[in-house]
Ligand binder design. Structure first.
Ligand SMILES: [Zn+2]
Length: 105
């Protein structure tokens, strides 16, 4: 992720970066608080050194293949669709781990 950010800085001709924003999905198992704590070590001695990491945490969202409903799967109903009780669904959010934005100049 840091490599991607550094590449983006280079591409955008950024000399200093104030904020780096990333999106992290719940299903990645990554903890935003932990990422924010670990970030300063990752970016030490790079142009990102003085920047702040902002994590947008994205909850898991599933889309039902049968009725098209979007819902938050829960263990209690065995991840079934709350609208039609179907077990056929796809995860549409929750696996993200992407760089959203770099704020700098
Ligand atoms: Zn459904």
């Amino acid at each position: 992720m840091v490599d991607t950010a550094l590449q983006a800085c280079h591409d955008n001709d950024l000399k200093t970066v104030q904020t780096m924003e990333i999106s992290v999905g719940e299903a990645t198992g990554l903890i935003p608080h932990y990422l924010e704590n670990y970030y300063p070590q990752c970016v030490k001695d790079t142009i990102l050194e003085d920047s702040t990491l902002k994590v947008n945490y994205i909850p898991v969202t599933a889309k039902c293949d049968d009725c098209g409903a979007e819902y938050t799967p829960s263990r209690e109903n065995e991840y079934r669709c709350p609208e039609c009780d179907s077990i056929h669904s796809r995860m549409i959010h929750g696996r993200e781990f992407v760089l959203d934005r770099l704020v700098g100049e």
